[in-house]
Design a protein around this ligand. Structure first.
Ligand SMILES: *[C@@H]1O[C@H](CO)[C@@H](O)[C@H](O)[C@H]1NC(C)=O
Ligand SMILES: *[C@@H]1O[C@H](CO)[C@@H](O)[C@H](O)[C@H]1NC(C)=O
Ligand SMILES: *[C@@H]1O[C@H](CO)[C@@H](O)[C@H](O)[C@H]1NC(C)=O
Length: 261
């Protein structure tokens, strides 16, 4: 008698613990609430205890330093397109702009806390985002806006979604612009160096777009220097004909600096 009831009790426990997710899955109210909460996390601030080190491409030309006294504010993964036009068949495309959505990756920086990635996973993050997440830019000609509604980015194998941080585009004067409302950056190229040969060459194997340092071109708010590093894809292909345009998918890691308070 005692043995039997013990067995029944144990079986009931086994069934309960084997199916913990079932009530949650069948409850749409709870599921919706979870999705909403994950869609609107805020960007993380840098930690004053962490030494954030801008990556090096291993080449002889270093990226220009940020203005004295500046500190990194955000590190973000950008995903979008690099646009080019063609002047002649066989020529390389000429850059005419870019569009990207940037997601805050500050809390994933190796050694920066409980959400941090390993160095290898951090180094591979832009390649992973390029290859495993959807292109956020709407490239159809009839689109009201090429940008999606601001939302966090879920990346396979990364526990916390990356909060939305900024939109990147070229303004009407063709100045590379980053809108991090309320912060804003309008940049001018200071250093332009090749991506390392180990970089992900992109979805069509065209190559990884250059690493850049951009200084303030005037009109920036808060941000005074931006770097584009760990690029994947985005390099122009060889032109088939004059007048062609190319829109090449890419991802990159962007580092934003501001004067220290
Ligand atoms: C789902 O969960 C909510 C919140 O916990 C609760 O109010 C609601 O009654 C549940 N609905 C069902 C069908 O279980
Ligand atoms: C195109 O770009 C590649 C890579 O930078 C370079 O090696 C090549 O010489 C360029 N081709 C032309 C026709 O300019
Ligand atoms: C880049 O190309 C896309 C199409 O792929 C287009 O929607 C967008 O307007 C272009 N943007 C710029 C700045 O050239």
């Amino acid at each position: 008698m005692q043995l039997t009831s013990l067995f029944v009790f144990a079986s009931a426990l086994a069934v309960t613990s084997a199916m913990p997710a079932r009530p949650r899955c069948s409850n749409t109210t709870t599921a919706t609430a979870t999705t909403t909460a994950q869609a609107t996390p805020s960007p993380t601030s840098v930690s004053t205890n962490v030494a954030y080190t801008l990556p090096s491409n291993g080449g002889t030309t270093p990226l220009a330093s940020p203005p004295t006294g500046s500190v990194v504010q955000h590190i973000a993964v950008g995903h979008g397109v690099q646009n080019y036009t063609c002047t002649a068949a066989g020529a390389n495309g000429t850059s005419i702009g870019a569009l990207a959505v940037l997601y805050d990756a500050t809390s994933l920086y190796p050694g920066s806390g409980s959400s941090a990635l390993s160095q290898a996973d951090w180094d591979a993050l832009t390649s992973k985002v390029l290859r495993t997440t959807s292109m956020p830019i709407d490239q159809s000609s009839g689109a009201a806006s090429p940008f999606p509604a601001d939302a966090a980015l879920t990346v396979e194998g990364v526990a916390t979604p990356l909060p939305y941080l900024a939109r990147h585009y070229f303004d009407s004067n063709k100045v590379p612009t980053f809108d991090l409302t309320p912060a804003l950056f309008k940049g001018s190229k200071t250093t332009d160096i090749l991506a390392p040969s180990s970089a992900d060459k992109g979805l069509t194997d065209e190559g990884a777009v250059d690493w850049l340092a951009l200084s303030d071109a005037g009109g920036s708010v808060t941000i005074n220097m931006v770097y584009r590093v760990l690029t994947s894809g985005g390099f122009q292909g060889v032109c088939a004909a004059a007048g062609d345009s190319q829109s090449v998918p890419y991802t990159a890691m962007y580092w934003f600096y501001a004067p220290s308070a």
